[in-house]
Ligand binder design. Structure first.
Ligand code: ADP
Ligand code: MG
Length: 234
């Protein structure tokens, strides 16, 4: 196992010729990624766009250490992921990377504040840190007034804001957002994309999001197009 030493001054993401092949049967293989390369040097918002099945989720999962490439290399903040063991990958996900999903993935019986607070508790934060950081994250996403509401008492956009606040709790330097606006209407999609811009400015982190919505082009620094597991020119 290699050592765990990410460095905030290294490139955020360096993906080099990554392939991910799924075995779909004894003799069948699906090449979800076919030699994908991507470097992100500085904090910014990058969108990976492409039709359903083009490999967006596979790419995000590989970058976040939830899945492993079949071939090729991925480094996050200079930390090569390929040879990391499970405990190092867990640390990476807990301390450096935040995740946001289309389905929000909130705990339905927790309030907005409790959904954020639990992430800090799992990471071992003190009571005071939990209180202050939860407050800060809810303020940042504009949910201060709704802190004691449960997800089912809030709109889809508000639920996604809880998920964003939760993903920011442990001060990640990279947010991976898989179709974060997939279930939202146009106006709410614009609100959430504006919020991403604000977060990048205020928290100095990078957001890599996937989408197939033409709207995202107005809000991101860079748009990449995936087609059948390969990046193509738009
Ligand atoms: P997207 O997120 O762009 O819709 P995915 O990364 O989910 O694309 O999927 C890319 C390709 O890999 C698709 O053809 C999909 O069917 C296939 N695929 C994804 N996950 C699996 C899996 N666990 N087993 C087999 N094939 C998979
Ligand atoms: Mg997907």
């Amino acid at each position: 196992m290699s050592k765990f030493h990410p460095d905030p001054n290294s490139p955020v993401i360096a993906v080099a010729d990554v392939w991910r092949t799924y075995r779909a049967g004894t003799h069948q293989e699906v090449h979800a990624l076919r030699g994908v390369s991507l470097t992100i040097e500085q904090p910014c918002v990058v969108a990976v766009k492409g039709r359903s099945g083009s490999g967006k989720t596979t790419l995000l999962n590989c970058v976040g250490g939830l899945d492993k490439p079949t071939r090729g290399k991925i480094a996050v903040f200079g930390q090569e992921l390929t040879h990391l063991g499970d405990s190092a990958l867990t640390r990476l996900r807990r301390q450096w990377v935040g995740f946001i999903f289309q389905s929000f993935g909130l705990n339905p019986s927790f309030s907005a504040a409790e959904n954020v607070d639990i992430m800090l508790r799992i990471a071992g934060a003190s009571n005071r840190e939990c209180r202050e950081r939860t407050q800060f994250c809810l303020d940042l996403v504009g949910l201060t007034k709704w802190r004691n509401h449960r997800p089912d008492e809030l709109s889809g956009g508000q639920q996604q804001r809880i998920a964003i606040a939760r993903s920011l709790a442990n001060r990640p330097k990279l947010l991976l957002a898989d179709e974060p606006t997939g279930d939202l209407d146009t106006a709410t999609t614009r609100d959430i994309l504006s919020l991403f811009r604000k977060i990048v400015q205020e928290e100095h982190l990078t957001i890599l999001l996937s989408s197939h919505d033409p709207l995202v082009d107005d809000y991101v620094d860079r748009v990449l197009h995936l087609q059948d597991g390969e990046f193509v020119e738009s």
